[in-house]
Design a protein around this ligand. Sequence first.
Ligand code: G3P
Length: 217
Amino acid sequence: MKFFVDTAEIDQIKELHALGMVDGVTTNPSLIAKSGRDILEVTKEICDLVDGPVSAEVVALDAETMLAEGRKLAKIADNIAVKVPLTWAGLQTCKALSDDGIMVNVTLCFSANQALLAAKAGATFISPFIGRLDDINLDGLQLIEDIRTIYDNYGFETNILAASIRSANHMSDCAKIGADVATAPPAVIKAMANHILTDKGLAGFMADVKKANIKIL
Ligand code: G3P
């Protein structure tokens, strides 16, 4: 499973990238707003840093303007994936951009039917939001599983990009189900390293290091 990092914070992307943890980056208008940066500038900076796909989201609601925005975003770099919402206008924009050979990430997906439409419209990525489904007592991971089944049944090449990831367990669960990519905030990716038995084991080792005065350097 590929790891995308869901942030527009350059320092956080750099830190994870240095460890080989960043196969791509996703942003959205809320993350751009949080960064306080200009969308075109910060997106360019991220594209220069990361080789993999960098999702940048349109902000218009109608297909014509979305398409113009998507074409402008795509000019930033070859690794841009234009992000469009899963609306009818978004699907129209997806089809037009993918016909032009531009990567498209269809976002705000909450059902298997929506994912089916995105694949038919030529999406490179479909982004089901699992955390937001869990928030309303629906089953986000079940949606990933359903989309995996549907795409595999018919050989759709659209990549399942699990989004709205809230916990380290979400990451391993998505990997078990067979999501192609998971995008997570940097803190969630770092939390994957944590285990209480690792901490406990290390505390025991450190106590013995002190007791026996073990030195390496
Ligand atoms: O990738 C989508 C993500 O940014 C949404 O996450 O936690 O706001 O539902 P969240």
